[in-house]
Design a protein around this ligand. Sequence first.
Ligand SMILES: C[S@@+](CC[C@H](N)C(=O)[O-])C[C@H]1O[C@@H](n2cnc3c(N)ncnc32)[C@H](O)[C@@H]1O
Length: 277
Amino acid sequence: MNIRTALADRRLPRLELRMLLGHVMQCDFAWLVAHDLDTLDDTAAQRFDALVARRVAGEPVAYLIGEREFYGRRFSCAPVALIPRPETELVVEHALARLRDVAAPRILDVGTGTGCIAVTLALERADAQVIALDVSAPALELARSNALALGAANVQCLQSNWFSGLEAEATREASGFDLIVSNPPYIVPGDPHLTQGDLRHEPALALADAVDGLHSYRELARGAVRHLRPGGWLVVEHGFDQGDTVPAVFRGASLGSLTRHADLAGLPRVCCAQRVV
Ligand SMILES: C[S@@+](CC[C@H](N)C(=O)[O-])C[C@H]1O[C@@H](n2cnc3c(N)ncnc32)[C@H](O)[C@@H]1O
């Protein structure tokens, strides 16, 4: 089998075939195009066939190749953490905008997963100190290795159930954040999306909140009032159908200056709120 034949497999979109073959051959798309008549050796052909079969069976490409691009950087991915999504780049953009006039900002990322938000903010703002927390130890290990691989020395990883770990003596001085950012679990338990597509393979803990889809935002609002400095910002991602309910939760917790932002598909996706007192 040559590269052109391999990329003509009708079972998968061409882009996915290129990603899988690029992973097997350890080369980029341009190399595949330039060498499309090269023959795959037996080992490469077998590895490619195995990956295609797993993808056809539903495994996410990011888990098969072990990485996903986020904000122009490659993050290692594994089934212990959510795969970074393009919508989440909007959270980063609004977070950075809120920090424009803040020198040496202190940032907290709640539910860091791969660390894509925390590490990106740390690299975009080299003067920041970032705490990346997650309740999941394996996810936190992945975030730690992404921070290391991408050279984000200003990220500290902390295992914590919501904000509880911040109460510990060792991190008490880290309170008074300029920014708390989060893409928390927000899917309602039993939602049919949980049994479809990539979501079937992603950790349940990263997706559903076990209550009503708003539990995470109540925790975030409570934590923001306690851990943001006055004037500090809470910036969150939420579900496409939570454009009214999430701001209502934040308003109910006396957070102010609420703004709502749509993603590229025009769906409500990000909410920003400020601790006003
Ligand atoms: C939707 S994922 C987001 C991951 C990453 N921030 C991103 O945007 O790709 C939510 C994350 O919240 C974490 N999480 C769930 N419950 C938590 C809790 N009680 N305390 C802290 N983190 C929690 C999960 O382990 C998961 O990594």
